[in-house]
Design a protein around this ligand. Structure first.
Ligand code: C5P
Length: 407
């Protein structure tokens, strides 16, 4: 894909927002892959990044003014709007999205979006309330109906101090979406990969079990391994549903993410995602939840610490592993162990009724919450020891093995 993309050009509109600095990293990634980038910097965008940085990284002229005689003499705005294979808007602000949805053309960026005959990809970024506002949601629907594609936004903490959807997708994710779009509709509809036509269900991250309206029980799972697996399966052509507990990670490109908090919600969302060809249960699910969640915030002054009673949570892996018409063909569980890794994991394989267990020793430095993993793949009749590797590499190898097993 990169080879084909190396003679392609992107017209990159950089809107005004704190996330505009990420556009610089995006330009770097595109140039590294050999993709030409011609930037348009809006007036608001120029408050956040400089034309000089964009020009240096893109090795091209930066356009900004609709009424610049010099620019118009060199390349008219209509020509500019068609000078690339793809128009990318990153960050796409609420204002740019609204202008594009309504066909306004008061500045170079919006004029370009109205005049272009090329596909458009937008990476939105804005405050959560602005994103959720019915006006923005309406504008998105309009643009989607017009054929505009979107990547992101992500959930997470925002520069304005709020939390929720509205963060610009990370540059590597936008980059992948661009490469996919540059590969063209034919390549997309005949999306390559050995898992084409397969549906994968992946659970990831921790769960959050409430105690009262403001407190809860959770764990330190980062979700990284599960997210990497979801992304790797999507890259091999699978349709992927990622049922995720609360994590601060971007959704991998091409993955459908369903956000949940509790184990019971995670089970319900996983069951709703069936049928699936493969289920990969990576989430660190809380074993217990509070019997009865307090309806109001527990107070310190009410006669000492409260007595909390726990009840067991459903085992999602065991439930979906149980034989039946909706059982995925291949069910994979994870086991984080601190001793006798193989023996414990093998016992878990039998207890949960799954086909494979991916086991790791979490006492190894840098595994829990880190970027690397050293795993054993345990099936009914054999044990494989994989070398310590980056979680992305483990995910890639596992996705390959899943593809071989399902073929
Ligand atoms: O029993 P244990 O928590 O060690 O098992 C780990 C495996 O079981 C992981 O694959 C995890 O995602 C899954 N699991 C689950 N639901 C639970 C507990 C664990 O899906 N309630």
């Amino acid at each position: 894909m990169t080879d084909q993309a190396s003679d392609k050009r992107v017209l990159l509109i950089v809107g005004g927002g704190v996330a505009a600095y990420k556009a610089l990293e995006l330009v770097r990634l595109l140039r590294k892959a050999g993709v030409g980038v011609r930037p348009i910097l809006t007036k608001a965008g120029a408050e956040f990044v400089t034309a000089l940085s964009l020009s240096a990284l893109s090795e091209d002229k930066v356009y900004g003014d609709l009424f610049s005689l010099t620019d118009e003499a060199e390349m008219g705005h209509i020509q500019l709007s068609r000078s690339a294979d793809l128009v990318v808007v990153a960050p796409a602000t609420a204002d740019l999205i609204a202008k594009a949805a309504h066909g306004l053309a008061g500045d170079l960026a919006s004029t370009t979006l109205l005049a272009t005959d090329k596909p458009v990809l937008m990476a939105p970024a804005m405050n959560v309330r602005m994103w959720l506002h019915p006006a923005t949601q309406r504008n998105l629907e309009t643009l989607k109906a017009d054929g505009v594609s979107f990547v992101g936004p992500d959930d997470g903490a925002m520069a304005c101090g709020e939390f929720g959807p509205g963060r610009l997708a990370e540059p590597p994710v936008i980059f992948e979406a661009i490469m996919e779009a540059l590969a063209g509709p034919a390549a997309q509809s005949s999306k390559r990969g050995p898992l084409l036509g397969k549906h994968a269900l992946v659970t990831a991250g921790p769960t959050f079990e409430p105690i009262d309206p403001v407190r809860g029980i959770t764990n330190r799972s980062s979700g990284r391994q599960g997210y990497a697996i979801a992304g790797a399966l999507a890259k091999l052509g699978a349709r992927v549903t990622l049922v995720s507990g609360p994590v601060a990670l971007p959704t991998p490109f091409g993955v459908d993410r369903v956000d949940v908090e509790t184990a019971r919600d995670m089970l319900a969302a996983s069951q709703a995602a069936l049928p699936a060809d493969v289920g990969v249960f990576v989430a660190a699910v809380a074993d217990w939840r509070i019997d009865e969640v307090f309806g109001t915030k527990l107070k310190k002054d009410k006669g000492g610490p409260p007595a909390l009673t726990f009840v067991e949570n459903p085992d999602i892996l065991a439930t979906l592993s149980a034989s039946g018409p909706r059982r995925p063909k291949l069910v994979i569980g994870f086991a984080a162990e601190t001793n006798d890794v193989e023996a414990h994991a093998r016992a878990k394989l039998a207890r949960k009724g799954c086909d494979w267990i991916i086991a790791n020793d979490v006492t190894e430095p840098g595994v829990m919450g880190g970027d690397e993993n050293a795993v054993l793949l345990i099936s009914k009749d054999k044990t494989e020891r994989w070398d310590r590797a980056a979680k992305d590499a483990v995910a890639h190898d596992l996705a390959q093995r899943i593809a071989e097993s399902l073929s």
